[in-house]
Ligand binder design. Structure first.
Ligand code: NAP
Length: 522
């Protein structure tokens, strides 16, 4: 059995004891083991902080951008192996694995390009100088410099590739060393990518570490200038937030938690219009890509009351064509959930939602292709619906992390916005219409409760990037229940890994700072 090694303190290390087995979620077979037991985390974090941090900070943004480009090449060269690992460990079809693997490579490439444009400096200028008195000689200039700590990433199981690199790209570009702890269930792909990058000798010692297995002790190893970026459930997020490292040492924490994302059909998009068809296609796609295991997936669909039945029938007709089962079989369009445990969670969530909803399409009982229902973590898509979305409170509270969404009618747009806000803060809402002014109004109404508003109109149908696809140009994160975090958004992501300081000095000093920094172009 392949026991995945941890990379810490600049060397490969095995954890002690039995560890935890990683399983193929379709075949139920063991494929690897992980253990972090007995690792000297304090030493590993100190090595990353001191050796890795110093080496990265000695480089300029442009030089660090070059490292990202080299990492991208290594990942590209090993891409086939990553697809095989994803099939075996995540149970995803090739197309769905691509969202994770190619999404990671694309994001690295973007930050490599953006970083190159920051030039050969080691600091960023935030804003322009401000006069501190009547005379212009004494001024204030805000600067951004990399934090002298580590970036600890505690990641969720659904994006073992992208989840690492969408965070590591801005961190490494900022000059901050990375320690990643992948979710145990799918740790193999993260570990293998780190191994390939380490073996390629691209990064300075201590710049990239991986700890697989239990999270025990990781938060205790953090020091005041470190940052932690967490992606996962709201319950674990609460543990992270209340840990003394965050609560007492002011370790900066970014939280990406669960989210009840919405799709909103505007009143102009009646059945038969292109915008109507675009909503139907997007909902069906979002429900089935990665078996609905995307934090950004559409969970609630809001449509004008008069179109409820037409939307239900159209989405159900699309979902009925989804073949589910072993992703190794080419006829399969949707693979498995990540584990039997997740299958149990999805079934439990479905049972809870069904108490307040009707089943509009039930793929859960459909036969699997090439997979044993007693072993495989597979479940077909289920479309639920309620005509009483104001009283069906559970549909605004329970995130079923699988191929499940709930359709609901609205009376007018204020009603729709009110229902959407009952998600208490989400990652993304998508809006479907051919009315540009109407879309703009909806975007303004939804912006305060969503990190991203994705508008799909007929004019962008063939080029729009998808409701649930997280692109590095746009913000990823959401207020309230979604965790309150912010990732990506172009160079905005660098802010998390930098410290802002106001330098108050005579004009000559401010000029010297300007020469040593690049304006932080947002
Ligand atoms: P989870 O159980 O909270 O686990 C997330 C990570 O936290 C894993 O690496 C886990 O390690 C680790 N962990 C568990 N207990 C911990 C503790 N006490 N201290 C420190 N780390 C701990 O979440 P999940 O079930 O893997 O992920 C599914 C959830 O993530 C969904 O709700 C989904 O919406 C959310 N999600 C959000 C985003 C986003 O960007 N907003 C993206 C993806 C997923 P082990 O695996 O070893 O337990």
């Amino acid at each position: 059995m392949n026991t995945l090694q941890n990379y810490l303190s600049g060397r490969w290390q095995a954890g002690g004891g039995e560890g935890t087995a990683l399983l193929d979620p379709v075949l139920g077979t063991q494929i690897a083991r992980v253990s972090s037991a007995g690792l000297d985390l304090a030493d590993g974090f100190a090595f990353a902080r001191e050796t890795g941090g110093a080496a990265l900070r000695a480089l300029t943004y442009r030089e660090r951008a070059g490292l990202l480009a080299s990492i991208g090449k290594v990942l590209q060269a090993n891409r086939d192996a990553y697809y095989d690992i994803a099939t075996a460990n995540s149970g995803t079809t090739r197309k769905d694995s691509g969202v994770d693997i190619d999404g990671a490579i694309f994001t690295l490439g973007q930050y490599a390009r953006w970083g190159d444009a920051l030039g050969d400096v080691r600091a960023l200028a935030d804003g322009t100088p401000a006069r501190m008195s009547k005379e212009p000689v004494f001024q204030s200039q805000h600067i951004l410099v990399p934090t002298r700590g580590v970036a600890l990433f505690i990641n969720a199981f659904n994006f073992p590739a992208w989840g690492l690199w969408e965070k590591a790209a801005p961190a490494l570009l900022s000059g901050v060393p990375v320690i990643v702890k992948p979710a145990t269930a799918t740790a193999w792909l993260t570990q293998r990518m780190v191994q390939d990058v380490v073996e390629a000798g691209i990064l300075p010692a201590g710049a990239l570490s991986v700890v697989c297995g239990s999270s025990q002790g990781l938060m205790d190893a953090l020091k005041p200038f470190d940052v932690v970026s967490f992606t996962g459930s709201a319950d674990t997020a609460a543990i992270i937030r209340s840990h003394p490292a965050v609560a007492r040492l002011s370790v900066r924490a970014n939280i990406e938690a669960d989210s009840l994302n919405s799709a909103l059909l505007l009143p102009d998009a009646a059945p038969g219009t292109p915008a109507f068809d675009l909503l139907v296609a997007e909902v069906a796609r979002e429900m089935t890509v990665k078996s609905g295991q995307k934090c950004t997936a559409i969970r609630r669909i809001l449509v004008p009351a008069a179109h409820y039945d037409a939307v239900a029938q159209a989405i159900a007709a699309k979902l009925a064509r989804t073949t589910v089962g072993n992703p190794r079989n080419e006829s399969v369009r949707m693979g498995s959930l990540v584990s039997r445990e997740q299958l149990d969670n999805v079934k439990a969530g479905l049972a809870e939602l069904r108490r307040q909803t009707d089943v509009l399409h039930d793929g859960a009982a459909a036969p699997l292709v090439d997979a044993d229902p007693a072993i495989a973590a597979c479940i077909g898509p289920v479309l639920l619906g309620t005509r009483s979305p104001r009283t069906a409170d559970r549909v605004h509270e329970i995130e079923v992390f699988g191929p499940v969404a709930t359709l609901m009618p609205y009376d007018d747009l204020d009603d729709a916005y009110g229902l959407i806000r009952r998600g208490e803060g989400s990652l993304v809402a998508s809006v479907y219409s051919a009315d540009a002014a109407g879309i703009a109004d909806a975007a303004l109404a939804l912006a305060d409760s969503h990190g991203r508003v994705h508008a799909i109109s007929p004019d962008v149908a063939s080029v729009q990037t998808g409701h649930g696809n997280v692109m590095p140009m746009s913000l990823h994160g959401g207020p309230g229940r979604a965790g309150g975090g912010e990732e990506l958004g172009g160079l905005r992501a660098l802010g998390f890994y930098h410290r802002r300081s106001a330098v108050q000095a005579e004009a000559a000093v401010i000029e010297a700072l300007a020469a040593a920094s690049t304006p932080f172009g947002r």
